[in-house]
Ligand binder design. Structure first.
Ligand SMILES: N[C@@H](CCC(=O)N[C@@H](CS)C(=O)NCC(=O)O)C(=O)O
Length: 237
């Protein structure tokens, strides 16, 4: 069971003119960008575990990035990153595991060895999944991306007992994919007139159920901004 959610009002993203927060004062801070799918993974994890007071979300404006972010927080200059116990760590897939195992709240990885291994395999496949889909934008998109969505449909068929990758329990495997599937569903529909769930009933059900999770709802991206961003980034000649 997810922890209770709160109706959170996040601060305006910090930009190049913003002073840094009082860094390394003992506050745990999760630096994100509101439209970043990698950061969204960590944001969902933090919400699902009910860590609203324990982990402060600090949105950053990546278009007008504050210099102190690279210089004093995270030299890779990307989001997400987590300031915790006097150090800063990054990489969304490492971070979701880190948050899950170092903080209180419902566990997002099962104890069952086979299920845990399946979650690890799925998490390891996310880069291939994303690469296959992003590469397809430059080619015969619907045809080339098909196997990536079929992979998810097959994975979702593994356990009979529920709509999620590991069956009835929501896990880090779901967290790792949903930000990207959310974006792909929108852009395939708007730009290629293609429904990624057509002929993929498990994927359709999974998306429907994940959309009801309170920890996920406030993290969803703005579809209009997304389509404009994808047009400019992937379809411009
Ligand atoms: N592998 C990283 C990727 C993070 C990433 O690329 N974040 C983007 C925003 S969506 C970013 O910070 N881009 C800024 C840049 O590359 O300068 C992760 O999983 O956390």
């Amino acid at each position: 069971m997810a922890a209770a959610t709160v109706n959170e009002h996040l601060p305006t993203p910090l930009d190049a003119t913003s002073e840094p927060p009082p860094l390394f004062d003992g506050t745990t801070r999760l630096y994100i960008c509101l439209s970043c799918p990698f950061a969204q993974r960590t944001w969902i994890t933090r919400n699902y575990k009910g860590l609203y007071d324990k982990i402060k979300v600090v949105p950053i404006n990546l278009q007008s990035r504050p210099a102190w972010y690279k210089e004093r927080v995270y030299p890779e200059n990307k989001v997400p990153s987590l300031e915790h116990n006097g150090k800063v760590i990054g990489e969304s897939l490492d971070l979701i595991k880190y948050i899950d195992s170092n903080f209180e709240g419902p566990s997002l990885l099962p104890n069952d060895h086979a299920k845990k291994q399946f979650a690890e395999d799925l998490i390891a496949y996310t880069d291939t999944f994303n690469k296959t889909v992003y590469t397809s934008f430059k080619g015969d998109t619907v045809k080339e991306a098909g196997p990536a969505f079929d992979h998810l449909e097959n994975a979702l068929s593994k356990f009979e007992d529920g709509p999620f990758f590991l069956g009835h329990e929501f896990s880090l495997a779901d967290v790792a994919y949903i930000p990207f599937v959310e974006r792909f569903q929108i852009v395939f529909s708007v730009l290629w007139n293609y429904d990624i769930t057509a002929g993929r009933p498990k994927l359709a059900k999974w998306i429907e159920v994940v959309n009801k999770i309170d920890a996920y709802k406030p993290t969803k991206t703005d579809p209009k901004e997304l389509v404009e961003h994808y047009k400019a980034r992937f379809l411009a000649q």
